[in-house]
Design a protein. Structure first.
Length: 524
């Protein structure tokens, strides 16, 4: 055919030869003796099928007509002489009439067989019944999982019951109520806040949630044999009376160093580790805020119990201190939010009968807390000499004090005709001080608030004729000499200030407080 001829200039491709037929496999080796195995050569399909047929279990004999052949399906009856697969109307009607009875018999038989085998999901009661119901759905693995879950729940319940023991209802470190966490290596129950500190010392303490985490049997037994009271007797056996024990309302730094001192450094089981704050002398450098420029600069501080003073120097080689603070009138309190540093400490003392503030911090949390407790130790030893008959319980509340209330309010002058000005107020015991800025070194003014028996009282609101205040919620403080008019921005702030003032007014005055009152009356 002409169309199969190659085109001019194009070389025709050679045709491919057909593939060679596959060679048959070599004949199988005969077994010894020259006999040939039944079923043909080894590995042949006939031999494989023969082996499978021999290994298959014998088939069940056919069930009689009408018997159940499965859960509920009856055997189909075929008329003699009828062709397979054909159905007549009479046969269909007969099967429909017999079907309900057969189903009932089938169901009854299945239930009876299940009851006889003991596999009914409700055959056992309580925990076994629950495990059986779960196992019916998921098999042996479900039964094992159900048992593990039940044991975990039982152990968690045992830990919750330990909270009812004396001493365990409050946090072992800060006293917060209803602790939900526990250290299973120390055997103490703690609050959520303190549990975060414990997580930072994993070499000493490991924590778990009392209600959410899984507990091992050994851990439950350890908690049962210890508890907060046992741990307190162990880790707080030698706490000095002047050492500050923080509460849940104190700053993070105080609680952290208290926990580390107890469990990590074990300062209260080895008194020789308490020297940094109990030796009676301490010297070091702190960052101090400048009075005029507000910059923090490194300054040398020296605390001497023998001299009863705290000094600081502007230069390292200075021979004379810049300021001398008498232990008698000194107070220290942590103010991290106000100072803007988590280790910020505010120290106040009297200078020329006026309150002087200095603000310091140290980068090392332990260092600044040691300074704080060293100041408390110096105060404690001073008060022991000043009040020889007083007990430790009477002296400890006087070592340092936190401010009752701080915040912004508006105030007017003594004539009550001037405009109201915004000021920062601090309630320090019976002294109400106000500043232009929270970090001022000196207060703009101070007010002594005595007791109700001495003519002091606090009233809600301002006199009707008062004008010039921008904030609507007023407070009137009545003293024997004059009235002080104040205004708060919110009603919540007003109530908080009134509550703080009334706590002071309702408290009887001490003999030494009458001397302070007299000083305020004669103050120029």
């Amino acid at each position: 055919m002409a169309w199969l001829a190659p085109r001019p200039g194009v070389q025709a491709r050679p045709r491919r030869s057909p593939p060679e037929p596959a060679r048959p496999p070599p004949p199988a080796a005969r077994p010894p003796g020259g006999a040939v195995l039944a079923g043909g050569a080894a590995g042949s399909p006939r031999r494989s099928r023969a082996r499978k047929e021999a290994a298959r279990p014998p088939a069940r004999p056919p069930a009689p007509l009408g018997a159940a052949r499965g859960p509920c399906r009856p055997e189909r009856a075929v008329r003699p002489g009828a062709r397979a697969g054909t159905r007549s109307a009479a046969a269909a009607a007969t099967r429909a009439a017999e079907e309900p009875g057969r189903r009932q018999e089938c169901g009854t038989g299945a239930r009876a067989e299940a009851a006889q085998d003991g596999a009914g999901p409700r055959a056992a009661g309580g925990l076994r019944g629950a495990l059986a119901r779960r196992g019916a759905r998921s098999g042996p693995a479900g039964i094992a999982a159900g048992g593990i879950a039940a044991m975990a729940k039982e152990r968690r319940r045992a830990v919750l019951e330990l909270l009812q023991r004396p001493g365990n209802a409050r946090c072992a470190d800060c006293g917060a109520p209803d602790p939900d966490w526990a250290s299973y290596t120390l055997g103490v129950f703690i609050c959520l806040s303190c549990s975060g500190i414990h997580r930072n010392i994993p070499q000493v303490s490991k924590v778990k949630s009392v209600r959410l985490d899984a507990w091992e049997e050994a851990q439950v037994e350890f908690m049962a044999s210890h508890g907060n009271d046992v741990a307190r007797d162990t880790y707080e056996s030698k706490v000095p009376p002047f050492y500050y024990r923080p509460t849940f309302s104190d700053c993070q730094l105080l609680r952290e160093q208290w926990i580390r001192a107890k469990y990590e450094r074990q300062e209260f089981t080895h008194p020789d580790k308490q020297e940094p704050y109990s030796a009676g002398y301490r010297e070091g450098f702190l960052w101090k805020r400048g009075r005029d420029n507000g910059q923090f600069l490194s300054r040398k501080f020296v605390l001497t119990e023998r001299e009863g003073s705290l000094k600081y120097f502007n230069r390292n080689d200075a021979k004379e201190p810049k300021a001398v603070m008498k232990i008698e009138h000194l107070n220290a309190t942590f103010q991290p939010a106000k100072i803007g540093h988590p280790h910020g400490l505010q120290v106040t003392y009297l200078k020329d009968n006026s309150t002087r503030n200095i603000f310091v911090y140290h980068e090392d949390g332990k260092e600044i807390v040691d300074w704080f407790n060293a100041l408390r130790a110096a105060r404690f030893h001073y008060l022991q000499v000043a009040f020889p008959g007083a007990s430790d319980a009477d002296l400890v509340p006087k070592l340092s004090r936190n401010y009752l209330k701080e915040g912004y309010m508006e105030k007017t002058g003594p004539k009550q005709t001037e405009g109201f000005r915004k000021r920062w107020f601090t309630m320090d015991d019976r002294r109400l001080m106000y500043f232009k800025d929270p970090l001022d070194a000196f207060a703009r003014g101070e007010v002594f608030i005595g007791s109700r028996e001495s003519g002091y009282t606090v009233l809600d609101g301002l006199p009707p004729s008062t004008q010039g205040h921008h904030w609507p919620h007023g407070i009137t403080i009545v003293t024997p000499e004059r009235r002080f008019l104040l205004a708060c921005e919110t009603e919540t702030e007003q109530r908080a200030w009134v509550e703080a003032f009334r706590k002071v007014v309702d408290r009887p005055m001490l003999p030494q407080e009458y001397a302070v009152e007299a000083h305020f009356k004669h103050k120029p």
